[in-house]
Write a protein that binds this ligand. Structure first.
Ligand SMILES: [Zn+2]
Length: 258
């Protein structure tokens, strides 16, 4: 299987978090900030999509009907519409930001704001991290950066779609005897930076025993029950999510080795 596109733009850990001044955000942004829930991504009308890649053309013409065919072949997805076309995805934003200052200091938020120093002064840059999945074994994460919040969100969702990958799920097998694919097939460990996330199979009804932001990832991947362990000191949400994703990817790579 081909290597997935790396999350190339990493947030600089040294940048300061800063309060997003309300005047930077228009009404739509504010509404968006208050209303971050898992939501259906509207499917673009298929007729309006004019594929630019051969893969896109094969998908639109109906030659390829199953996303697994693409993922197994290792062909790179360069058009997000391919994913829209073949999967019914939902998206969510990971709260990678944190507000500082007199209003709601320390509150988690979807946008991470960093200041770029230029000759003209400080220029704010917004970044967002999205997770996209079909709640049925397909999941991707993406990171986007922009001068404004909404383009950063859109970029992160687009990248998450291009990074979509297939994971394996199973019944835990112990304390459980159902036929459902509700947990990870075996213990998997993922790494990112200094963080390690271990996902452990759990029986039906356990729920997701894991950090809140990782619940979003597992839920969209279609995992309902899991135990977990997390190691590492510098627990940035960004690396936590990346480590979780890395663990999920191992559900298939270890299967392939058998
Ligand atoms: Zn079960």
């Amino acid at each position: 299987m081909a290597k997935k596109e790396e999350l190339s733009e990493k947030p600089e850990e040294t940048d300061e978090y800063a309060e997003i001044p309300e005047e930077v955000l228009d009404e739509k942004d504010l509404k968006e900030l208050k209303n971050i829930e898992i939501k259906e991504i509207k499917k673009e009308p298929s007729e309006s999509w004019e594929p630019k890649t051969l893969l896109g053309k094969e998908v639109k013409s109906g030659k390829i009907k199953d996303i697994n065919e693409i993922l197994n072949s290792g062909r790179k997805i360069l058009e997000e519409q391919i994913v829209d076309y073949l999967l019914n995805t939902k998206s969510d934003l990971i709260l990678i930001g944190q507000s500082k200052g007199k209003f709601g200091g320390g509150k988690r938020r979807a946008w991470r704001q960093t200041q770029r120093k230029t000759e003209e002064g400080n220029v704010p840059t917004f970044s967002a991290m999205a997770v996209v999945g079909d709640e049925n074994g397909h999941i991707g994460i993406g990171y986007g950066k922009s001068m404004e919040t909404l383009p950063a969100r859109d970029k992160s969702i687009r990248k998450a779609k291009l990074n979509i990958t297939r994971i394996k799920r199973a019944c835990s097998g112990f304390d459980c005897d159902c036929k459902e694919l509700h947990t990870v097939p075996f213990k998997v460990t993922g790494k990112a930076g200094s963080i390690r996330v271990v996902l452990i199979p759990a029986p039906q009804g356990t729920g997701l025993v894991i950090a809140n932001e990782l619940k979003k990832v597992l839920k969209l991947a279609g995992i309902k029950d899991v135990y977990s362990k997390t190691f590492g000191k510098a627990r940035t949400t960004f690396n936590l999510v990346k480590a979780c994703m890395n663990a999920l990817e191992k559900t298939t790579s270890m299967e392939d080795r058998k």
